[in-house]
Write a protein that binds this ligand. Structure first.
Ligand code: NDP
Length: 283
């Protein structure tokens, strides 16, 4: 089975991070701190935030949870972000998206100190990603590159096709692949002759948000297939890739669940550790 085991890779990463936290704690008496901000009671967001806080505890991080009502005013959220920016105990700030309609998400993301922006969504960090100098990179795209590295997938000179151009997944993973010298094609809902494009991919990343969208005829033999999609069908989690059709053709493929998903939280912890380490360096 050419399976990429994201669960195992993420576990190994969490163990390495926990060890580093232990070492730095012994040296300095300090540990990284992650602040999560959740507005409202969206069930999926509640699960994500709970898992992030649980992982913090497992790895020896401090976690600061701010769960606020749906009716929270934009100004009050901005004031909280400012308070967290000033708080030395907080190394990283994560504002769980999506935010309610009455709050301007971009304004909130731009209010986060770029050095504490562990989601990597602040324009300063996006700019650094474009110039290839980023340290805080969006978690899911960073997790994808980590998986490719772990399985020794050669990226340089390869044709990487990315399905999706969101700011959270499609664009940043395209930039990371480009920074690793892949030839990158970004596809979206207006792309013409999509199967022709996807069939030319050595590395195919699917981040569309449509269950079983990538079918066997869209994939060339020997491609590496990364399925980012999380879709619920009849109560079951399925990816954007029709796994049963594509798996026999792929050199390597991520399952859903257990592929990209577990990497996202591991990379968030890695970013928080990075932000913490930078904050305790003597300036
Ligand atoms: P978005 O909805 O923001 O973006 C989807 C992208 O797919 C858009 O760029 C859209 O194009 C494109 N698209 C839609 N339909 C088609 C089509 N028919 N042909 C080609 N492209 C199409 O989603 P996200 O990027 O936020 O997420 C994508 C998936 O990844 C979701 O299932 C999400 O749940 C999952 N996800 C998983 C994470 C994890 O940790 N594993 C983390 C984040 C997301 P256009 O721009 O033209 O509309």
């Amino acid at each position: 089975m050419p399976l990429i085991d994201g669960k195992k890779v993420a576990k190994e990463m969490r163990e390495r991070i926990a060890h580093k936290v232990e070492v730095v704690k012994n040296q300095t008496g300090k540990v990284p701190g992650l602040a999560t901000v959740l507005i409202g009671e969206d069930p999926a967001s509640m699960v994500y935030v709970r898992n992030k806080n649980k992982t913090c505890k497992e790895l020896g991080f401090n976690s600061f949870q701010h769960n606020l009502p749906e009716t929270t005013k934009e100004n009050d959220l901005l004031a909280l972000v400012d308070e967290l920016n000033q708080n030395d105990q907080v190394s990283g700030i994560l504002v769980q998206l999506p935010l309610p309609q009455h709050i301007d998400s971009q304004k909130v993301l731009e209010a986060i100190d770029p050095g504490k922006d562990v989601d990597g969504f602040h324009p300063v960090n996006v700019g650094k990603l474009v110039t290839g100098t980023a340290t805080l990179v969006p978690c899911t795209p960073a997790g994808i590159i980590e998986l490719l590295n772990h399985y020794s997938v050669d990226i340089e000179g390869k044709h990487a096709v990315v399905l999706g151009r969101s700011n959270i997944v499609g664009k940043p993973v395209s930039l990371l692949l480009l920074n690793r010298n892949a030839t990158v094609t970004i596809c979206h809902s207006r792309t013409k002759d999509l199967p022709v494009v996807t069939r030319s991919a050595d590395i195919l990343v699917a981040a569309v948000g449509k269950a079983n969208f990538v079918t066997g005829d869209m994939v060339r033999d020997g491609a590496v297939v990364i399925d980012v999609g999380i879709n619920r069908v009849d109560g079951k989690l399925v990816g954007d890739v029709a796994f049963d059709e594509v798996e026999p053709k792929a050199a390597l493929i991520t399952p859903v669940p257990g592929g990209v998903g577990p990497m996202t939280i591991a990379m968030l912890m890695q970013n928080t550790l990075k932000a913490f380490t930078a904050s305790i360096q003597p300036s």
